[in-house]
Design a protein around this ligand. Structure first.
Ligand SMILES: [Mg+2]
Length: 389
């Protein structure tokens, strides 16, 4: 089965249409009148989750818990200098990292183990973007991917079905990656699009539609939170307004979620950021806040995440129940843990955490930074070439 497409752009127009009668289902989720019973029983598809506590939970203690999470998800950068104390701190960190690597070894040094397991299997690659393919930068608009990394991704996608899974919207992450042959799962998996598999029916995938991108090519589209779009846009406007006086805050629209970046905010102002976000969200019980690397993500409360997006894409590719598939997911974020967990618990693939500091994780292997990710992708290509020669 040829999983590759030949079109070069996946920028969508509004000419969406349902691709067959199976898709005439109720809305996937509705913020107005959620009816979970309307959905298929398959765990693949999102169901509405009611917030367990009332908006009263958004009080000072909740702010405090949120602040603690912000600090724990934002490890300080180690500044290299010749000061003895800093050198000592680096040694200690290296020792801790080396000890942690015993539990989560490098995917580079474990490459033979990975490829031994991959023999006679179809590898499907899932790659996070920020912090995985691009370095984390102060301004999220400047998180550009190097040409060398783009080439590495392009080459690996020639041999393995490859998807980018990101918190950013599909449109935004596509503008960074610029590779039309890939699948994209933006907005933490709530905004999925990619090449249409020729001669394959998508009739078993409720909610999946076919759309036409700018250059006239067909793409699949799956947006399980589309009923939240207006609400998310409204919240984004409020968040911009209430945080406008906090220096360094960047409120970024990612279609089905809003990212409130505090990377450039002085730590003494973090409580203000938390308070503003909770102040706005107290009127939106169907939205929640999750934590990324120096970012608060406002997103719909639906049973959908990056792990579900991985399952969806495997199903779309006709590989979800296959014994000869090996999904590999590479990511650096807490939100990537949902995907790591699914692969670990299903014993069906490998999660690879990108980190230079020890972290609790469901990943099996690790890579230190995007440079090592690029090296890993190149090794995969080299191995596949040798295997097929
Ligand atoms: Mg990331």
């Amino acid at each position: 089965m040829d999983l590759k497409a030949t079109h070069s752009s996946t920028i969508l127009t509004d000419r969406t249409h349902a691709c067959n009668s199976r898709l005439c289902l109720p809305p996937i989720v509705s913020p107005i009148s959620p009816t979970a019973s309307a959905y298929p029983s398959s765990t693949l598809y999102p169901t509405f989750q009611r917030r367990k506590a009332s908006s009263g939970m958004l009080n000072e203690s909740h702010d405090g818990a949120c602040l603690d999470a912000m600090k724990s998800s934002s490890p300080p950068h180690i500044k290299l200098n010749k000061d003895f104390i800093s050198d000592l701190a680096i040694c200690k960190n290296d020792a801790a990292y080396d000890a942690w690597m015993m539990k989560c070894p490098s995917a580079l040094s474990s490459f033979k183990q990975i490829t031994n397991h991959a023999k006679y299997k179809k590898i499907v690659l899932f790659l996070d973007y920020d912090g995985t393919l691009s370095h984390i930068v102060d301004n999220p608009e400047h998180a550009f991917m190097s040409n060398a990394m783009r080439t590495a991704v392009k080459n690996v996608a020639k041999y393995f079905s490859t998807a980018i899974v990101s918190g950013r919207s599909c449109h935004k992450v596509y503008k960074f990656v610029k590779l039309g042959e890939l699948y994209y799962a933006g907005s933490h998996g709530m905004d999925i699009m990619g090449p249409v598999i020729k001669n394959e029916s998508i009739s078993d995938l409720p909610g999946c539609t076919i759309s036409i991108e700018e250059q006239g090519n067909e793409v699949i589209l799956f947006q399980p939170a589309k009923e939240f779009l207006l609400m998310i846009n409204e919240v984004q406007s409020f968040l911009k307004e209430v945080t406008k006086d906090i220096e360094g805050v960047i409120v970024e629209s990612n279609k089905f979620c809003v990212s409130v970046h505090y990377r450039l905010v002085d730590e003494k102002d973090w409580p203000k950021v938390v308070h503003c976000v909770h102040h706005v969200l107290k009127d939106y019980p169907h939205l929640q806040v999750t934590h990324g690397r120096r970012v608060l993500e406002v997103r719909p409360i639906i049973d959908w995440n990056k792990g579900k997006a991985v399952e969806f894409l495997l199903e779309y590719l006709g590989l979800r129940t296959s014994d000869d598939v090996l999904p590999i997911y590479v990511g650096d974020d807490r939100t990537d843990e949902d995907a790591f967990k699914i692969l670990r618990e299903g014993k069906c693939g490998y999660g690879i955490l990108v980190t230079s500091v020890p972290k609790q994780t469901n990943a099996v292997f690790s890579l230190r930074d995007p440079t090592e990710v690029k090296k890993f992708l190149k090794l995969l290509v080299k191995w596949k070439k040798l295997e097929t020669s």
